[in-house]
Structures are given as C-alpha cells and as structure tokens.
Design a protein. Structure first.
Lengths: 99, 245
C-alpha cells in the first residue's frame, strides 16, 4: 500500500496496518443495525477488557463484510456480513456495548 | 437480534449534483441538492451509493466539506485504484443524481460550545472535515483559538489553499512532504515528534485536537499528541485508510 515516500509521517512501526479504518467509517452501517448513532458508544473487549469508543476501534472491510477489532489486542469484537438484504451481526467478541 | 431494529432517519435519498469545482488536479468538490436535507454538524460525513447497470453497488463514506447551514458539499480525492472516486471526480456533472444517506457521526464533530483551544491536524484529504469545523467556527463568530497543521505532498495538492490563506484569526501551518516551491521556508518533511512539539498547543491549555487523514498519519500524530500530554479523550481521530498510491 504505497512506498515509504508516499506516507505523510516518518514510519516507525513497520507492523502498522495502513489499510485499517476506524468506527467512523461504518457509522452508517451501525445506525442501520442498531437504529441509533453508535460511534460514541463504549465497547469493552471480551478478550482483554480494553474500553474504547466505537469510533476508535479498528475496522477492516474485506470483500465479504466488515470486521471490527480491539485496538489493544486485535481480538475480533464485531462482524457484519450482508447477504442479499439481510445483515448478519456477530457481537460475541464484546463483553459489553453501551451508549 | 430479534425483530426489526427501529430505524432512525437514516434512509437513502436521491441527491442532485448542483455544481462541481476542481480544487486540485486530483480533488473535486461537489455541491449536492438533497430534498429535506436535515442539516448536519461540522465533522460529520455522508455515505454515497452508486449502482451500476448490472445492479452492482458500491458504497463509500465522504466527509462533509461545508459548514452547518451551507449547502451540502463533499470534497473527493481521486484514488488511482479507486472504484468510486474516479467517477465522482471525473465523470459526475451538474444534474447527475447520486444516492446519499446522512448525516452520520457523533464522535468526530465540533461545535463552538465544545471550546478549545482547537488543534486541527490534517493529512492530505483529511483536511475536509476540519475545513467544515473551521467554517463552523467562523460562521458562529467563535473566538476559540485554532491552529491547523496541514500535511500535503506539494503546494499543488493543498486543498482550499486560498481559503485557508485568507483566514485571519486562525493559524494554518503547512508541511509539504515531497516537493516544495522555490524559497519555501516552511516545513519540508513528514510530521514527526519535533514538529508536533513546535506546533501543538501546550497540554496545560487543555486543548481539543482533531486528527484526520491516512491511517498512518493519524496513528503517529495521535500518539505524538498523547506523548505531549494530551489526554486521549481530548484527541479525536478519523482514519481514511491507506493513501491508495
């Protein structure tokens, strides 16, 4: 995803995933699923206990759907897959999600 | 989840392109007319959906470039390998229609009541929602101090350049990372800890920071501001992903 010269910052972490978005990018999907604005909701990771606003979680959008990961431990927190007009939602990675 | 979630007001609407303006060789602003547009908050975005003749659909999120109260405007950067941006920046003409839903977002928003001092950190097209914030601040007559650090590859890539140059009560500091015009005395490198230390409001002034741009830019700047003593809750971030180069 680009050469070092294309980046706007001096890189110091080669493992950084430059393709990752954050919860802001799926704001519309979250309103669709939950019926309300969710980027300011607080999620607690079921694996490591990290507390985070949804807007700050790591979001990956592979061809099949959307995966939301904990920024502290990379555990999958939420998965959204759309099949025809149905969105399948898996929230099992979260210990809690609250507005 | 049982049953059907209660739907908010977020439905797909048909928007008509009112005007297009080329900001830079790769960046274009589209003004959209949306019937019953409910208005928006500075920093929010909309989702755009395109449907091909064969039914294939592509959705993308674009930050709103205009301030609340102004017509809905989106500023889009053409990504060479993009699926949607080449269409929006090269093909779309006034009168064309797009599907739009929004406004979306409750985290990366600013209102005068939030106060400051404001530190706006823009990487490339990350300047778009920050420009909405600047316009909101101006139209509200807010006296909140604001400083922007805007990183671009070259002067030709600076979006809204004359508008930013014309701001009299806001300081905009440019970093040109790849090439600089003759006689350039400003920053000529990528954002780093030293630059942040020179530009950022001191932490004890209790600033509010908004960081937007490519993921690598946002990660480094946000970490750098926290390192300067900014509480993490006072550093709002919006990642645009890889630069697509």
């Amino acid at each position: 995803m680009g050469t070092p010269e294309d980046r706007d910052v001096a890189p110091d972490d080669p493992a950084l995933d430059y393709a990752a978005l954050d919860g802001n990018a799926i704001g519309g999907l979250l309103i669709e699923v939950f019926g309300t604005e969710m980027t300011t909701a607080t999620g607690i990771c079921g694996s490591c206990g990290a507390v985070s606003q949804v807007a700050e979680l790591a979001v990956y959008q592979p061809g099949l759907g959307t995966v939301v990961r904990c920024r502290s431990c990379d555990a999958v927190l939420m998965t959204f897959v759309r099949i025809h007009d149905v969105t399948c939602v898996d929230l099992q990675g979260l210990a809690s999600l609250a507005e | 989840m049982e049953g059907t979630a209660v739907r908010g007001r977020l439905t797909w609407q048909t928007a008509t392109v009112g005007s297009v303006t080329d900001e830079t060789p790769k960046v274009r602003t589209l003004v959209l007319e949306v019937p019953d547009w409910p208005g928006h908050r500075a920093g929010q975005h909309v989702d755009i959906r395109l449907t091909a003749d064969d039914g294939y659909q592509a959705e993308r999120a674009y930050s709103i470039a205009s301030a609340p109260g102004e017509p809905l405007a989106l500023t889009v950067e053409r990504l060479d390998d993009g699926e949607v941006s080449p269409y929006l920046t090269e093909d779309v003409q006034p009168g064309d229609q797009l599907e739009v839903r929004g406004p979306i977002g409750g985290y990366f928003v600013w209102e005068p009541a939030f106060g400051g001092p404001l530190l706006l950190m823009a990487g490339g097209s990350g300047v778009v929602p920050l420009r909405s914030i600047l316009r909101r601040r101006s139209s509200a007559g807010s006296a909140v101090p604001v400083r922007m650090l805007y990183s671009s590859r070259s002067l030709e890539d600076v979006i809204y350049r004359s508008e930013l140059d014309g701001l009299r009560d806001a300081e905009v500091i440019h970093a040109l990372t790849r090439s600089q015009p003759p006689g350039w005395t400003g920053y000529a490198r990528r954002v780093d800890a030293q630059m942040l230390a020179e530009v950022a409001w001191p932490a004890d002034s209790k600033p509010l920071a908004y960081v937007c741009g490519p993921t690598s830019f946002v990660e480094a700047v946000a970490a750098g501001l926290v390192g300067l003593g900014y509480p993490a809750v006072r550093v709002r971030t919006e990642r645009f992903g890889a630069t697509g180069q």
